[in-house]
Structure formats: structure tokens, C-alpha cells
Design a protein around this ligand. Structure first.
Ligand SMILES: NC(=O)c1ccc[n+]([C@@H]2O[C@H](COP(=O)([O-])OP(=O)(O)OC[C@H]3O[C@@H](n4cnc5c(N)ncnc54)[C@H](OP(=O)(O)O)[C@@H]3O)[C@@H](O)[C@H]2O)c1
Length: 300
């Protein structure tokens, strides 16, 4: 049996769906039974619980040979790093007390660094804490920058006629669709060819600058020549707070952006067939950005 944290989310829903399609027994974990219902219909067992509750997670993991772990984003909380530590403590305690043998863990590029990477410090610490669980075999999927981070650009384009953000306009970023992470995680869970503790990078289909992304979006929405504006912290922070992030989360995003801009936070592996995944920016834009821009669901 497999237990999946974040099963109603971007990556977890793909992981759970793939395992179920393969005929595996799956326990899906989340805070809201309704959001897990689609997976229950597909054959999963739902477990409603909070990732800060080690006792509940121990129950959720009991009988599971392998688990999919993540620290769910909590962007509105006043102290993000404290929350991440609470969650990673609970996850690790539950892995230990339930005697889980294998974990596939959602991490990030930059998780090799102990500091200055904003929210990714929480993932570094999660990896370190899991390293302390002697009998656990774990793979840390260090994913690149989610293409889903581009979705708020729709609102920016509608308001200002341009894309914008804190990353340098000439910075090549390994951008990945969360679908590809879910597929890679499901494959790792099905094979369970994990020995000891390993980190594995997932870098998406190709590296892209925001200028290149703007060009792809522009072509797809009928605004050829759509540009990108590199914005400073004084412009970005109020915008992040306005869309619901705590001041602390906004500061951490800016810290991470600075580390990406300086190259401190970057993939460690050269691009290869193993760390490259299929979904291109063109596909992501067609399937996710265009429907959001036009207000029409994909395929409608
Ligand atoms: N954005 C990036 O560029 C990037 C890059 C690399 C790594 N990451 C990492 O990716 C992770 C996010 O992955 P994702 O996009 O798949 O997540 P997601 O779509 O935001 O899903 C989070 C899931 O966790 C559940 N959840 C939220 N709070 C919970 C709680 N307190 N207790 C139990 N369940 C809870 C949610 O379901 P309910 O709301 O129904 O409970 C949801 O299913 C983060 O750790 C982030 O640091 C992000």
C-alpha cells in the first residue's frame, strides 16, 4: 500500500492517479474529504488529517510500504519557516513510528544549500531530517521552477499588458510542469529501486528565460511581442501581499529570487535524458495559460 501526502494537489493527484491506474492500493491524505472524492471514486482510501499532526500521520502511514512526502505550501501563514519545521518534524516522526521503508520526497533545486533560498530551506531541512531515519530508503526529487508559477502572469498581462517578476530577464531557469513531477514520482514509487538516500534532479523539458516564456505566451494569446519586466522588491512585495501571501512569505520568495538571480540556487547536474521531462512550455501555455486567459476551460 502507498500513502500520498498532498493527494488533491498538483503533484500528489498525478501520483495517486498513476498508482491507482496501475492497480495499486493507495491511501490519499488531505484536509478535505471532498477534495479527495475523485480519487476515492477511482479506488483510493481517503485519510483526512493535517500534516502538522504526527499521530494522525502515523495512522495514515501505517501499513504503507512507501509514501509520497511533501511540505504543502502555506503561503498566508505569518511564520513560514516555523510552519515548515513543524510539518517536517511531524512527517519524519510518522515515517519513523509507522516503520515506513521507502519515501519519494518532493524537494527542489537549491535544497543542497542550508540557507538564503527562502522556502527551499525548509526542504533542505526535511531532507536532512529524513537522512537521520536509518532504515528509510528515500529519493529526494529536486524539481526545478514550477511552470504553474507562471499562472499569475495572466492577471499581470490583463492589468499591465506585459509579464513581470523578480527574476532577471536573461536568467535561464529549469522550468517543469508539475504533471511531469507526478509522473516521475509515481514511476519511482512503482519501481522502488531506491537504495539509501538519493537526490535526483527534475529539470523540465528545457531551460527558459522569462523573456522566452513571454514570447511563447504572446504568440499563443494573440499578443506577439509580449514583453517581460524585471521588477525590484519594492514593486514585487506589495503585489505578493495583495494576492494573499504573508509578509514573511513574500520576503522568502524575494530571498529565493535573489539566490536564483545570483546563481547560488541552481541545478547541480548537467541536463541529461534522466533529468529532462517531456512537457514543453508551448504545451503548458496551450493547456493552462490560454484557457485561463480566455476564461475557457481547456478543450471547451
Ligand atoms: N513552486 C515551485 O516552483 C516549486 C519548486 C520545487 C518544489 N516546490 C515544492 O512543491 C511543494 C508543493 O507541491 P504541489 O504543487 O504538488 O502542492 P499543492 O498543489 O499546493 O498541493 C498541496 C496539497 O497539500 C494538501 N494540504 C495543504 N495543507 C495541508 C495540511 N495542513 N495538512 C494536510 N494536507 C494539506 C492540499 O490539500 P487540502 O487543501 O485539501 O488539504 C493539497 O492537496 C512545496 O513543498 C514546494 O516547496 C515548489
Amino acid at each position: 500500500m502507498y500513502a500520498i501526502i498532498g493527494a488533491s494537489g498538483n503533484t500528489g493527484s498525478v501520483v495517486a492517479g498513476k498508482l491507482l491506474a496501475h492497480g495499486e492500493k493507495v491511501r490519499v491524505i488531505g484536509r478535505d474529504a471532498k477534495r479527495l472524492e475523485r480519487l476515492v471514486q477511482a479506488g483510493a482510501e481517503a485519510f483526512v488529517g493535517n500534516v502538522t499532526d504526527a499521530a494522525a500521520l502515523t495512522q495514515a502511514f501505517s501499513g504503507a510500504r512507501a509514501v509520497y512526502l511533501m511540505i504543502p505550501p502555506n503561503p498566508a501563514i505569518p511564520n513560514v519557516r516555523e510552519d515548515q519545521e513543524r510539518v517536517s518534524d511531524a512527517l519524519v516522526a510518522a515515517v519513523q513510528s509507522a516503520g515506513v521503508e521507502y519515501a519519494v520526497v518532493l524537494s527542489s533545486i537549491g535544497a543542497d544549500k542550508p540557507d538564503k533560498t527562502g522556502p527551499v530551506v525548509g526542504l533542505h531541512n526535511l531532507e536532512q531530517k529524513l537522512n537521520g531515519v536509518a532504515r528509510l530508503k528515500a529519493v529526494y526529487l529536486r524539481a526545478g521552477y514550477f511552470m504553474e508559477n507562471l499562472l499569475p502572469q495572466v492577471m499581470i498581462i490583463k492589468s499591465f499588458g506585459v509579464t513581470g517578476g523578480p527574476l532577471r530577464s536573461d536568467l535561464k531557469v529549469a522550468m517543469i510542469a508539475t504533471q511531469d513531477i507526478g509522473v516521475a514520482a509515481a514511476e519511482a514509487l512503482l519501481k522502488l529501486e531506491i537504495s539509501g538516500k538519493q537526490a535526483r534532479e527534475l529539470l523540465g523539458q528545457r531551460d527558459l528565460t522569462y523573456v522566452e516564456v513571454a514570447s511563447v505566451i504572446g504568440k499563443a494569446i494573440g499578443k506577439p511581442g509580449l514583453g517581460y519586466m524585471h521588477l525590484g522588491p519594492a514593486q514585487i512585495k506589495p503585489a505578493l501581499v495583495q494576492v494573499g501571501m504573508s509578509s514573511n512569505m513574500a520576503d522568502l520568495i524575494l530571498e529565493m529570487s535573489e539566490s536564483l538571480n545570483s546563481g547560488y540556487m541552481a541545478p547541480l547536474e548537467p541536463r541529461s535524458a534522466q533529468n529532462t521531462t517531456p512537457t514543453s512550455i508551448e504545451t503548458f501555455v496551450t493547456e493552462q495559460i490560454v484557457p485561463k486567459f480566455t476564461g475557457k476551460a481547456a478543450g471547451a
